[in-house]
Design a protein around this ligand. Structure first.
Ligand SMILES: Cc1cc2nc3c(=O)[nH]c(=O)nc-3n(C[C@H](O)[C@H](O)[C@H](O)COP(=O)(O)OP(=O)(O)OC[C@H]3O[C@@H](n4cnc5c(N)ncnc54)[C@H](O)[C@@H]3O)c2cc1C
Length: 464
């Protein structure tokens, strides 16, 4: 986008506009922290390029159209965002600028495909992932990334801009302080993260990606969400990595397949924007959730990582401390909230929205709907994750649990995922006092599972 704007040979006004919060899907606390750090870096990048970044707050349609008119702009360039509000705003902006005869050009650098590029033979969007993925592989490869300009020309009169602090993005609370230990927001952090992953993680991706205790995944999600690295860059860097050694084919394909999940989730958001708040499968509107007034204590226990199920608690504590959670554990904790605690998936989606640094409307909505069983999923049955078996399979030595739930650190691997079953003498040796040092289980998983399956049969019967 910048390269293209610069190519016209006119001065460029780079601008970032923070919208006023509109609904519960306005940026959450964690992403605001990330945005603050990223803008700080972006300001310095633009300063070096020669045109300072203008910061504004308010309605992007009015701000951009006024600025463009004031400066008799030769064109307006922007990168597309596929959230429902943003799509409406871009249509409004295009109409306004059209009346003023100012050309507007949209780019789609943060995605590999457009929302109407990967359709089935009838021209409709796919409802399940695998055929979407296969079809995407038949399309021409994504466009090559372009080289960023080394210099841009600024306008001669300075443009009014807010200070970064005026945007009030940084939460200013101790919660976000630990994020610095784990993250380096901005494009340099993104490049370092990708390089680290290529050197240390990608080769073992297929065997390690489900193990939360090891560095088996890329952790690129916040960078991708904020456009600090584009999926096209990732795509071509991985292809170049593969070219060096053909034995790398399987891990490279496996990883690029995950990038396509992101595309699929975005296509779903564009074609079914209602799924942000309502289930894709309508029958789930009748699911017998616990009433709101009775679930607030269990919701709180889940949020704080005090459910008594070690893998669930480890995940929720990792989320709070780092602003990120491993994908396997996201599925486990989400299933637990919905199918063990009978709390609507929307509550979980909101908590993730506020606490995830990679909170992304398409991926978050998709992940929650998929785990709740009401979204785009090919499984012909109602999947209920067993937190004990999942823990034993994917964290067999309990290293992940021990890291995030230190009160269980001395428990051996036989009991680490089910401390309530450990003989009293073992618990005593491990200094685990049920209900005191570590919470008792807030629900019996086997009973909850039976109830969830029965409820599912009920709503299916109602539908039929
Ligand atoms: C309940 C739930 C909520 C989720 N919420 C979000 C969210 O708000 N933001 C978000 O980016 N992801 C979300 N995900 C998807 C996934 O968990 C994360 O993308 C992944 O854990 C990020 O880690 P990574 O970058 O190391 O992934 P890697 O395994 O290294 O994958 C590379 C990239 O592929 C994409 N990707 C991987 N898995 C998925 C997936 N299942 N769906 C969509 N894209 C995927 C991501 O952009 C990721 O960065 C959610 C999943 C679940 C089950």
């Amino acid at each position: 986008m910048l390269t293209e704007a610069n190519r016209l040979g006119h001065p460029v006004i780079p601008i970032f506009i923070l919208k006023n919060p509109t609904d519960s899907w306005s940026p959450g606390g964690a992403t605001r922290w990330w945005l603050h750090q990223s803008l700080k870096q972006l300001q310095s990048t633009y300063q070096q390029l020669g045109a300072p970044l203008v910061l504004q707050k308010g309605d992007p349609v009015t701000i951009v159209s006024n600025l463009a008119e004031q400066h008799q702009a030769a064109g307006v360039f922007y990168d597309k965002c596929f959230e429902p509000d943003a799509l409406q705003e871009e249509a409004q902006l295009a109409a306004l600028l059209g009346k003023k005869r100012i050309p507007i050009t949209a780019f789609r650098t943060n995605y590999l495909f457009g929302p109407n590029d990967v359709l089935n033979n009838a021209g409709d969007p796919y409802q399940v992932f695998t055929p979407y993925w296969k079809k995407s592989l038949q399309l021409p490869p994504p466009a090559q990334p372009v080289v960023a300009p080394k210099q841009i020309q600024s306008v001669s009169t300075p443009i009014e801009s807010l200070m970064l602090e005026d945007l009030n993005l940084d939460p200013q609370m101790s919660w976000s302080e630990t994020f610095f230990e784990y993250w380096q927001p901005g494009e340099y952090g993104a490049q370092d993260t990708l390089t680290h992953f290529l050197e240390n993680g990608l080769n073992g991706y297929l065997s390690e990606r489900d193990k939360p205790a090891v560095e088996g995944v890329s952790t690129l999600s916040p960078y991708l969400h904020f456009g600090e690295i584009s999926p096209r860059q990732v795509w071509y860097v991985v292809k170049a990595w593969l070219k060096k050694d053909s034995s790398r084919q399987k891990p490279a394909d496996g990883f690029l397949r995950q990038l396509i999940w992101r595309e699929f989730a975005t296509q779903m958001l564009v074609h079914r924007p209602d799924t942000v708040n309502t289930p894709l499968k309508e029958e789930f509107n009748a699911f017998p959730w616990e009433p709101e007034q009775s679930y607030s204590p269990t919701l709180k226990a889940w949020q704080q990582g005090r459910t008594g199920y070690p893998i669930v608690d480890a995940g929720m504590r990792q989320l709070w401390a780092t602003g990120w959670m491993h994908n396997r554990v996201r599925m486990i904790v989400a299933s637990f909230l919905v199918k063990d605690l009978f709390i609507p998936w929307q509550e979980g989606a909101k908590w993730f929205w506020d606490t995830l640094l990679d909170a992304d409307l398409a991926n978050n909505t998709f992940g929650w709907q998929w785990t709740a069983g009401c979204g785009a999923d090919a499984a012909p049955y109602f999947r209920v994750f067993n937190p004990i078996l999942q823990g034993e399979k994917f964290d067999p030595n309990g290293d992940y649990v021990k890291r995030w739930v230190p009160e269980l650190a001395y428990l051996n691997k036989k009991w680490i995922h089910k401390p309530w079953e450990a003989p009293p003498v073992i618990r005593e040796e491990a200094e685990v006092k049920a209900g005191k040092t570590y919470p008792n289980r807030i629900v019996d998983h086997h009973e909850a599972r039976t109830r969830a399956l029965a409820s599912y049969q009920e709503i299916r019967a109602q539908k039929a």
